[in-house]
Design a protein around this ligand. Structure first.
Ligand code: B12
Ligand code: SF4
Length: 532
């Protein structure tokens, strides 16, 4: 039998780029013989790419003209278009992907659809994976897929077509007789069993990417999933802890499958640039990398861009990356304070000089690097952030054409240790309604503004430093005298309470619903430190 599935991409910031996860879910649904339709709000909800606009304003990227990309529609127009699309297609299932930033927007669309048509709804993606127990309580949602959806959606559709018994569908949360039930997690997929992405669902604008001031036809691919590190702010830590039953989240696709998929899609799309969505691209055996670079250079020959961890770049792979066509490497630098890196972020034992050495190596082999930074970490003071500024300044001084930077706000995403800490320290006001319990009431964002109270810097100061970051790094603004001296191992809070919290969560995040906020921290230390 064949069912009809209406997919929703509830993208509300205009940050375009076809998401690999949802593309794969639509692909497997179609391969299983079902009819797929996509309603994508990316180009209708805003008059510009908001993410890019902030980066241009803060001096992080060059502006690129994207006239005619966006057709701004009012809230009513979007809602009517959504309802019309459902009415015309008459789907058996509505399916959507959720990141926390777009959850409320997605919920509004799901709510009006539920009221008018009462069609079953399944959701998956980053947020449902890390807090399925919260999302399943949403009355507008019937099924939540935790972790990988490739295995779940075709089975859910078969079960719905057969007799409606979904109790054997892997990775599923559902409701029966007013009770929440779950079917249990299955092992993570062997990445070689994942089919090639089908791209025809998307508007072709989703395959363009502004890069270094130009727009490129761009393909998005994955060569691996997951990361083995334990950073306190990262979703990978949540995957390691909450989906432990599924095995090791860090997996690689074989070199042969990577090359075959890219080759097949490049033939149709003629990409000018390829971006890998991996968190830690180079974390695989050197021999496999040798083969990958060799085959890429001979069989693909398209410039490509990767994200990887600092310790993975070296004298062996950088010349190969360069000669095979790698044009950019993104690195999570996050802070210039060794103390913040090691104690607050739990980002390994690396020191600033190690980062400097590796950034110098990337410049030596003429590959452009991007240092990604954060501001607003609970426990981070202005003095710490000036360490970040100084480190970025030193990296820029290596070579202005071959280095770049990016800065975003530390955001308390559910499922992370930082969210646990924000809850415990009363740094966020949270929802109590079903489907949203424990989620920050502020419109969470890592791009637009700081969305939690910070015990160590006022919001105004965080915003000021965010927008002045580029000027400090370029030298247009002088670093205040008092921050010129390096003091990488100092800590600033008077009491240990805030730092003890980080120690407490070294084993990883816990279910946010279990957290009881600590009044003492809020009232005494935090309010005083904000005033200082
Ligand atoms: C590539 C990437 C992007 C791409 C693509 C976005 C996307 N939605 O995939 C771009 C650059 C556009 C992007 C933008 C943004 N991103 Co982003 N991104 C990533 C990154 C690095 C990898 C995602 C990926 O491709 N993973 C591999 C695929 C295969 O996995 P997946 O997407 O999780 O999908 C699987 C399952 O989740 C599930 N699934 C997914 N969708 C569905 C749907 C259904 C119906 C079902 C059943 C299952 C299902 O099955 C999929 C296949 O196994 C992740 C970090 C990470 N490691 O996850 C951050 C991440 C997803 N991004 C994040 C954020 C915040 C954003 C932005 C808001 C950034 C901003 N502007 O502020 C925007 C929002 C865009 C949007 N509306 O989706 C956060 C989300 C946090 C959270 N807890 O919600 C993450 C986790 C990074 C972080 N900061 O922690 N991002
Ligand atoms: S190294 Fe990067 S991808 Fe890996 S856990 Fe840390 S932040 Fe996440």
């Amino acid at each position: 039998m064949s069912s009809k599935v209406m997919f929703l991409y509830p993208n509300h910031e205009g940050y375009f780029r076809a998401p690999v996860g949802l593309t794969l879910i639509m692909t497997v649904t179609e391969i299983a013989g079902h009819e797929v339709k996509l309603f994508d709000t990316t180009f209708m909800n805003v008059s510009e790419n908001k993410d890019d606009a902030v980066r241009v304003k803060s001096g992080q990227v060059k502006p690129v003209s994207m006239d005619n990309y966006f057709t701004k529609k009012s809230k009513e127009q979007i809602e009517n278009a959504w309802l019309d699309a459902i009415e015309k297609f008459s789907p058996d299932l509505i399916a959507t992907t959720i990141v926390e930033d777009s959850y409320e927007f997605a919920d509004r669309l799901l709510n009006i659809a539920k009221k008018k048509f009462n069609i079953p709804v399944v959701v998956g993606g980053s947020m449902p994976t890390v807090v399925p127990q919260v999302i399943i309580e949403n009355p507008n949602i019937d099924y939540v897929v935790e972790a990988e959806g490739e295995v779940s959606v075709p089975e859910l559709l078969s079960a719905m077509e057969k007799d409606g018994d979904v109790s054997k569908v892997p990775n599923l949360w559902y409701k029966k007789d007013k009770k929440v039930l779950q079917t249990g997690l299955v092992k993570y997929l062997n990445m070689d069993d994942i089919p090639n992405q089908r791209l025809h669902f998307w508007d072709s604008k989703q395959f363009t990417k502004p890069y270094c001031g130009k727009l490129y036809t761009t393909g998005f691919f994955e060569a691996s999933r997951g990361c083995m590190h334990k950073c306190h702010y990262c979703i990978n830590r949540a995957f390691q802890v909450f989906q432990e039953e599924s095995g090791k989240v860090r997996r690689n696709k074989s070199v042969n499958r990577i090359i075959e998929e890219v080759k097949a899609l490049h033939k149709k799309m003629n990409f000018g640039l390829i971006m890998f969505t991996d968190d830690n691209f180079l974390a695989r055996q050197p021999k496999e990398l040798d083969e990958l670079f060799d085959r890429w250079g001979k069989e693909i020959k398209v410039p490509y861009w990767i994200n990887t961890c600092i310790e993975t770049v070296n004298d062996r792979n950088l010349p190969q990356l360069k000669s095979s066509g790698c044009v950019g490497i993104g690195i999570g630098l996050e802070t210039g304070s060794d103390w913040v890196r090691q104690h607050l972020l739990l980002k390994g034992k690396m020191h600033n000089d190690f980062y400097m050495e590796k950034f110098a190596l990337m410049a030596k082999y003429k590959i452009r690097s991007t240092a990604n930074n954060m501001i607003g970490i609970p426990g981070e003071y202005e003095a710490d952030f000036f360490e970040t500024i100084k480190l970025n300044k030193a990296i820029r001084a290596l070579n202005k054409d071959l280095t770049s930077f990016d800065v975003s706000f530390m955001a308390p995403y559910m499922g992370t240790v930082i969210h646990n800490i924000a809850l415990e320290m009363n740094l966020i006001k949270v929802h109590d309604k079903p489907g949203f319990k424990g989620m920050s009431k502020m419109n969470i964002s890592m791009r637009q503004e700081s969305t939690m109270v910070n015990p160590c810097m006022t919001k105004e100061r965080i915003m000021e430093l965010f927008y002045d970051f580029a000027d400090y790094v370029s030298g247009k603004k002088d670093i205040p005298e008092k921050y010129l001296k390096n003091d990488l191992s100092r800590r600033y809070a008077d009491s240990n309470e805030i730092y003890e919290l980080y120690e407490k969560y070294k084993q990883g995040p816990i279910d946010p619903v279990l957290i009881v906020p600590k009044e003492s921290i809020k009232e005494k230390e935090l309010e005083e430190t904000i005033r200082r």
